[in-house]
Design a protein around this ligand. Structure first.
Ligand SMILES: Nc1ncnc2c1ncn2[C@@H]1O[C@H](COP(=O)(O)OP(=O)(O)O)[C@@H](O)[C@H]1O
Ligand SMILES: CC(=O)OP(=O)(O)O
Ligand SMILES: [Mg+2]
Length: 431
């Protein structure tokens, strides 16, 4: 059974074609810089040289067509026909209170996803166009939606309710939902394996630092708090998103500059964060390169980003009390050693001691790596995320009718835990 996993991020589209019977990755890749110009695809097939091609992708739909072209390409492809693919798993960022677990997609589900798309304006529209484009290409295959918000359903009320009129929650669903759930789930499972402990005994701070950024506080294996909120705008500094700011700022600027609510929302989502501070860049590679070349705004942006990452580590150390490990993941977390170093420097008295040289040499390609010193009380890992494997497991679970076993808090404390860890292990060995 060949399963295709599609992960529409705000600026990238990742895909993975998985052979479930053999538990191997047939091909995987990413279309980067979708919607922001200079886009390109990197297509990896185990045992072959990577295929890289520039291709203009102004929308996620064009990126899906590029992926199909590549998967069926005479030289670089891996299937002769898309009908060889049995099912597709789609990342959907916001499930609101409607979707608390993965579901088989039908018209009603698409309608439900559309109803909450205003809560994730950079993501849900991209997710929907991804689903609709894939349904046209694979009309007979089952399509499954996997929600970023599902893993955080375990948060207690004290973490997910805002101190605003309670009726806003009752009437409009105003609460913290949290995002990047499949990534926090995946790296927390891997961290438990690396720590040699059952998941239910692990307290972790996981940091997903990509274009979007979120921290998650994991207690006894489950999410008890996370930094993104009602929307993926809250929390850390992001590529184009502001993260935490004084909530009075939007009304103040609306009055000062005559913006509408819609226009202020768009500025906070699309023109803020690193782009807002530097005036030019969202990609950390650009920000780091220009900071090193002496650009003061880029230097300032890095200071602000890493200072805030560090403050949040402190907050979750306090929330959790005992922490076994801190995990960095996603594009920046896996590759930007400078940001990792700056985010943890000065925390030695709290039991966090980075091995500076090891940190410098660690990238996605290094695989799962311990980057703290032997003395560090709290271990620090870089763990490449694999959201697509989580999607694949859910698709198979739904197709085989076993998914309901995981329903309340997917993947956690289920009798399948040990088995799933073995699957993850074997996948990493064979990928
Ligand atoms: N070598 C690198 N050094 C620094 N940052 C990197 C590197 N490689 C990727 N990144 C960062 O990772 C980001 C993308 O991360 P990713 O998790 O793929 O994002 P998303 O899924 O949100 O689109 C890019 O915007 C870039 O800032
Ligand atoms: C929710 C979110 O911010 O996702 P991404 O990091 O893929 O943009
Ligand atoms: Mg992402």
């Amino acid at each position: 059974m060949k399963i295709l996993a599609l992960n529409c991020g705000s600026s990238s589209l990742k895909y993975q074609l998985y052979n479930w019977d053999k538990k191997t990755v047939i091909a995987k890749g990413v279309v980067e810089r979708v919607t922001i110009g200079d886009s390109f695809i990197v297509h990896e097939v185990p045992g072959r040289e990577n295929y890289r091609k520039k291709y203009d992708c102004p929308t996620h739909e064009t990126a899906i067509h590029l992926i199909v072209k590549t998967l069926t390409h005479a030289t670089h492809g891996v299937v002769t026909d898309m009908s060889q693919i049995s099912a597709v798993g789609h990342r959907v960022v916001h499930g609101g209170e409607k979707f608390t677990c993965s579901v088989l997609i039908n018209d009603k589900v698409i309608e439900g996803i559309k109803e909450v798309q205003h809560l994730a304006p950079l993501h849900n529209p991209a997710n929907i166009s991804g689903i609709e484009a894939a349904q046209v290409i694979l009309p007979n295959a089952p399509h499954v939606a996997i929600f970023d918000t599902a893993f955080h359903q375990s948060m207690p009320e004290k973490a997910y309710l805002y101190p605003v009129p309670y009726e806003w929650y009752e009437k409009h669903g105003v609460r913290r939902y949290g995002f990047h759930g499949t990534s926090h789930l995946y790296v927390s499972k891997r961290a438990a394996v690396l720590l040699g402990k059952p998941q239910k005994d692990c307290n972790l701070i996981t940091m997903h630092i990509g274009n979007g950024v979120s921290h998650c506080a994991i207690q006894s294996g489950i999410s008890v708090d996370t930094t993104m909120g009602l929307t993926p705008l809250e929390g850390a500094v992001m590529g184009t998103r502001c993260g935490d700011i004084d909530p009075a700022i939007p009304a103040f600027i609306m009055e000062q500059e005559g913006h509408s609510a819609k226009s202020i929302d768009s500025i906070l989502n699309k023109k803020s964060g690193l782009l807002g501070i530097t005036g030019k860049y969202t990609d950390r590679r650009d920000v780091i390169d220009w900071a090193e070349a002496g650009d003061e705004r880029c230097q300032l942006a890095l200071e602000i980003e890493s200072y805030r990452l560090k403050k949040q580590v402190g907050a979750y150390l306090a929330a959790l009390g005992r922490v076994d490990a801190i995990v960095f993941t996603a594009g920046v977390g896996e590759n930007a050693s400078l940001i990792r170093q700056k985010a943890l420097e000065g925390l030695e008295s709290l039991g966090i001691e980075l091995d500076i040289e090891k940190n410098k040499k660690t990238f996605t390609k290094s695989g799962e790596t311990l980057i703290s010193t032997a003395q560090s009380k709290i271990k620090v890992f870089v763990i490449p995320t694999d959201e697509e494997l989580v999607f694949t497991e859910d698709v198979v679970g739904i197709l085989e009718g076993t998914y309901s076993d995981h329903l309340t808090f997917p993947y956690t404390f289920s009798s399948n835990d040990t088995e799933s860890e073995e699957v993850v292990q074997s996948q990493r060995l064979t990928a």
